[in-house]
Design a protein around this ligand. Structure first.
Ligand SMILES: N=c1c2ncn([C@@H]3O[C@H](COP(=O)(O)OP(=O)(O)OP(=O)(O)O)[C@@H](O)[C@H]3O)c2ncn1[C@@H]1O[C@H](COP(=O)(O)O)[C@@H](O)[C@H]1O
Length: 87
């Protein structure tokens, strides 16, 4: 279990250390354009899950969307605080 902030700190560390086999490193290397498409894909899967799938499946899709959003944040150098100021 981890919070949004804890996941972000973990992804920052992956970006710094670049361990082999990291999904974060692969996503960062794919670039903003590719991650933008993943955000749209995961958002669509959240929508479908919200209408047709179980709570557990919906929660998993939302977690994947949050991961992709965090990768975009990392690519652009945004911190969670940059986002929270608009909440
Ligand atoms: N929460 C996630 C997470 N959500 C989604 N994904 C990635 O997204 C993939 C699932 O997306 P898709 O359904 O689109 O599957 P896919 O099309 O097969 O994926 P791709 O081929 O496009 O990568 C997974 O296989 C992961 O690569 C994630 N990868 C990592 N995390 C967490 O991020 C942290 C760092 O992970 P690593 O960088 O892998 O160490 C850890 O806490 C992980 O649990």
């Amino acid at each position: 279990m981890k919070t949004f902030d804890e996941l972000f700190a973990e992804l920052q560390e992956r970006a710094r250390a670049r361990p082999a086999g990291s999904s974060t490193v692969a996503a960062l290397d794919a670039g903003v354009h590719a991650q933008g498409k993943k955000v749209l894909e995961e958002a669509g899967e959240v929508w479908i899950a919200a209408e047709h799938e179980s709570d557990e499946q919906l929660a998993e899709e939302i977690s994947q969307l949050l991961f992709r959003v965090q990768v975009i944040m990392l690519e652009r150098g945004l911190s969670p605080q940059d986002v929270y100021r608009y909440l």
